[in-house]
Design a protein around this ligand. Structure first.
Ligand code: 8DG
Length: 137
């Protein structure tokens, strides 16, 4: 696809920065997916009729088998990948029920905010990671 065709394909994605005991849950994308091996915030695409927090609660139940409270928005950023433009909105979240279970990610890690920039983040995530790294959680 040309860059122009990709510009027409806007993929709206939500990501959860789940905070527990001052650490943030970071997830590495699995083999065989787009952006395999990159680190990301668990979450996924917003479906028709969903608000961003609704989409995020659904995605976290599906992929980490736990329930979260979706708090304040950290930021919205976008990046043009070769498969389309991803617009990522990240939110600070807390666990309500259960603990995250690894299902589709390669790895999940609880990280100190200041250490998060050391991971190899998906390009659209950098703004959120920089902001979180400066937060006292
Ligand atoms: N959930 C999530 N997705 C992200 C982040 N950063 C980033 O570039 N993405 C991209 C990866 C995917 O292309 C898309 C989210 O799609 P998804 O999570 O619903 O779908 P998926 O893993 O099955 O991805 P795909 O292989 O179908 O592209 O956004 C992030 O921090 N969190």
């Amino acid at each position: 696809m040309t860059d122009e065709a990709n510009e027409l394909r806007l993929i709206r994605v939500v990501g959860a920065a789940i905070v527990k005991d001052g650490k943030v849950l970071c997830a590495q994308r699995g083999v065989g997916k787009s952006l395999a091996g990159y680190w990301e915030f668990p979450g996924g695409k917003i479906e028709a009729g969903e608000t961003p927090p609704q989409a995020l609660r659904r995605e976290i139940e599906e992929e980490l088998l736990c329930e979260i409270d979706v708090g304040k928005e950290i930021c919205t950023s976008d990046h043009l990948y070769d498969f389309g433009r991803v617009e990522l909105t990240t939110f600070l979240c807390h666990l309500i029920e259960g603990m995250p279970v690894l299902t589709e990610h390669e790895r999940i890690e609880w990280m100190n905010p200041a250490d998060m920039p050391q991971l190899n983040w998906a390009p659209v995530d950098h703004d959120a990671v920089e902001r979180i790294a400066k937060m006292a959680l």
